[in-house]
Structures are given as C-alpha cells and as structure tokens.
Design a protein around this ligand. Structure first.
Ligand SMILES: [Zn+2]
Length: 99
C-alpha cells in the first residue's frame, strides 16, 4: 500500500515527466512549478491503475486467507487508522483469542 500512496501523491512535470516530486521524499514546490525546468506540475489520475493494483493484491491474498481460515488461524480486524491503533487492535484480538 505504501507504493499506492506514493503513486497517488506523486507530482509530475508536464514538460518532462522524469522530473518527479513526492511530498515524502522531496519538497513539492508550493507554486506548482518544476524546480528543474519551470514546467507546470500535475498530479496524475491513477484511479484505474490503483484500483487494478488493489484488485491484484486482493486476488493474491485471498487463497492465503482461505488457507489460514480453514485452519482457524485467520484473525480479521479493522485496519483503518494509525499503525499504533491497528497494532493495539491486533494485540487485543490476539489476547482474546488466546484465552
Ligand atoms: Zn520539469
């Protein structure tokens, strides 16, 4: 999923798409102008690409999830929120299961 966040946040230069800016790695110019060549920056519409990647990821995950579910070793939980919140939910769920 980190890859998906990276792609969706990426800003590309309209004049030269090899000039790329990512908020986590670079300073995205506030004025939306490429600092390399002065071209306009834009955010690519990756909706279809992201949906396809998520679909592929889920297709690969499903057989693994079914395998562990059949052995009663699959624990599902809400993975929304911060990593600390998800970790806390996972620890609580594992403790409840081990009782
Ligand atoms: Zn540029």
């Amino acid at each position: 999923m980190r890859y998906l966040r990276h792609r969706t946040a990426l800003r590309l230069c309209a004049a030269d798409p090899t000039h790329r800016f990512h908020p986590e790695a670079d300073t995205v110019p506030d004025d939306g102008i490429c600092t390399v060549c002065g071209g306009a920056l834009y955010q690519r519409d990756d909706g279809d690409h992201v949906r396809r990647l998520v679909g592929e990821h889920e297709a690969r995950l499903e057989p693994v999830a079914q395998h562990y579910a059949q052995q009663h070793l699959l624990l599902e939980l809400d993975a929304s929120g911060t990593s600390a919140e998800v970790t806390s939910r996972a620890v609580i769920a594992l403790r409840e299961r081990s009782r």
